[in-house]
Design a protein around this ligand. Structure first.
Ligand SMILES: *Cc1c(COP(=O)(O)O)cnc(C)c1O
Length: 233
């Protein structure tokens, strides 16, 4: 078995074990393989192991990989901060945008999606731990944006996403995952047309088990599958 195959099966096993131990259905947790900075050959290896959901952070890189792998059944997730002027470059390839954090970005996505006749599922990024350095909406900004974006016909709001703080002990992030979950429950209770809060994208290599215990439906895992990244953009 290749290293990627081994890594994938270890992560999948951990996802199953964690889900079952807290009474959740493992099938309700989607593993997104974060392939940023990693070569297409590694993506192909993961595909050979049955992976279909891949996450990328950088628009140029995502577009290049998507073109190289055109015809291969992949669902591309844009998980990084997205500038408005990059929406057009990647929208045709995308299955979901995870980090929508402003009305202006939502409007740009709506306009581009309308232009190419696509409906795109999105998540709103919440800076739930209120870190100075992070992108993302403050908790109290989420509902107003949900209400406005709900009226945009080419956007489908599917839930919330967060990038938790970098911590040594994943337990420290439990409160943030719990708070994001609660926020999504509060918003779902508003019963806004065209809005569903079924997805919670949270948890990475260091903390995905805690995220699953707190209700994650999508975990974004890079290092545990593809190994450490050699450069950071
Ligand atoms: C890089 C990245 C990940 C994956 O991080 P790992 O720690 O390598 O699992 C997940 N989400 C986002 C938004 C990222 O940028």
């Amino acid at each position: 078995m290749s290293e990627i195959a081994q890594n994938l099966s270890a992560v999948q096993q951990a996802v199953r074990d964690t889900a079952l131990a807290c009474g959740r259905d493992p099938e309700k947790i989607k593993l997104i393989a974060v392939s940023k900075t990693k070569p297409v050959e590694m993506i192909r290896e993961a595909i050979d192991c049955g992976t279909v959901d891949f996450g990328e952070n950088y628009p140029q890189e995502l577009a290049e990989k998507a073109r190289e792998l055109s015809g291969v059944p992949i669902r591309w997730h844009m998980i990084g901060h997205l500038q408005r002027n990059k929406v057009r470059m990647i929208l045709p390839y995308l299955s979901m945008i995870h980090a929508v954090d402003s009305l202006r970005l939502a409007e740009q996505i709506e306009a581009e999606a309308a232009r190419i006749g696509k409906k795109i599922p999105i998540l709103l990024e919440v800076n739930i731990a209120r870190e100075e350095s992070k992108f993302g909406l403050k908790a109290e900004e989420v509902l107003p944006l949900v209400r406005t974006a709900a009226a945009m016909p080419h956007i489908r709001i599917k839930g919330l996403m967060t990038i938790a703080p970098f911590v040594e002990d994943a337990e420290q992030n439990r409160i943030h995952f719990r708070n994001l979950h609660q926020l999504s429950v509060d918003i779902a209770r508003q019963n806004i047309d065209n809005v569903d809060m079924s997805e919670l994208s949270m948890g990475m290599t260091g903390d995905y088990k805690v995220a699953i215990e707190e209700g994650a439906t999508m975990i974004r895992v890079g290092t545990a599958i593809f190994g450490a990244r050699e450069y950071h953009q």
